[in-house]
Design a protein around this ligand. Structure first.
Ligand code: SF4
Ligand code: SF4
Length: 254
């Protein structure tokens, strides 16, 4: 590994403290030799997430935990995950009212729903870690890449801040970090999951609406979940290979 790459790895720990196996896994991945990473068998995993819309209560715990865990700028407009509230009028389902004050960071104020006329629900959103990710395809310098265990990551040393990926993501999941001028987004808490932990958002969810899943683990409850629920992904018509699977997703959600 060259000196620049080493310097990057040191610098990246200023923002997300990578320790133990995670440091090692990341180091080997960005060096282009993931199969050589000790303590973490990359080929054994294929990560994703399930979100149960029926279970989400809009607490905002996940948004706060994500910002703290990943040192995301606290200002409004910078989110690795956020929560949207939908209010659907059955007489006009094509035009739902959607709000997400400060990404749901502070929870949601009460809204009027006279006579229970509107269907209301919360939809947590995040990077879908697409298997055919549009963001990866447009990056001119290879800074955005797919890790072999199914996580889309950004090498901040390579990123030139051109914003192509921000524009290419059809889900609005990326932003340019104003401190580093490089692309940022959910890493599926890569520094945690490579150490056997779950993501920060899933850990604090009071209802278990969000769950980290490993599709390669035959014992992962995700397999039963997929069999027994009506599962959807966001914008399926785009065929991005999104790996965040939703239960209870209303047709009004875009
Ligand atoms: S959701 Fe957006 S940022 Fe995430 S992998 Fe897909 S295209 Fe890329
Ligand atoms: S902003 Fe960075 S990661 Fe995104 S396309 Fe440009 S160089 Fe690649």
């Amino acid at each position: 590994m060259d000196q620049n790459r080493r310097a990057f790895l040191k610098q990246s720990t200023r923002y997300v403290l990578l320790t133990g196996a995670a440091t090692v896994a990341w180091e080997y991945i960005v060096a282009g030799a993931p199969e050589q990473a000790p303590n973490y068998r990359i080929a054994d995993h294929w990560w994703g997430m399930t979100i149960d819309v029926d279970a989400c209560i809009g607490s905002g715990n996940c948004v706060r935990a994500c910002k703290e865990e990943n040192n995301v700028p606290l200002e409004d407009g910078y989110f690795r995950t956020w929560v949207e509230r939908y209010r659907v009028d059955p007489a006009d389902p094509e035009h739902p009212l959607v709000d997400s004050p400060n990404g749901g960071y502070d929870g949601f104020p009460q809204i009027d729903n006279p006579g229970g006329r509107f269907k209301t629900f919360f939809v947590p959103k995040m990077c879908n870690h697409c298997a055919d990710s549009p963001c990866t395809q447009v990056c001119p310098v290879g800074a955005t890449f797919d890790s072999p265990d199914g996580v889309v990551l950004v090498d901040k040393e390579r990123c030139v801040g051109c914003r192509y990926c921000v524009q290419a993501c059809p889900y609005g999941c990326r932003f340019i970090d104003p401190r580093t001028h490089t692309a940022d987004k959910c890493t599926l808490c890569y520094h945690r999951i490579t150490q056997g932990l779950t993501t920060a958002c899933a850990e604090v969810c009071p209802t278990g609406a969000r769950k980290l899943v490993d599709f390669k683990d035959p014992k992962d409850p995700v397999h039963e979940f997929l069999r027994t629920h009506r599962i959807h992904v966001l914008k399926p018509e785009l065929a991005t290979g999104a790996k965040v699977y939703y239960n209870g997703l209303d047709g009004a959600v875009r």
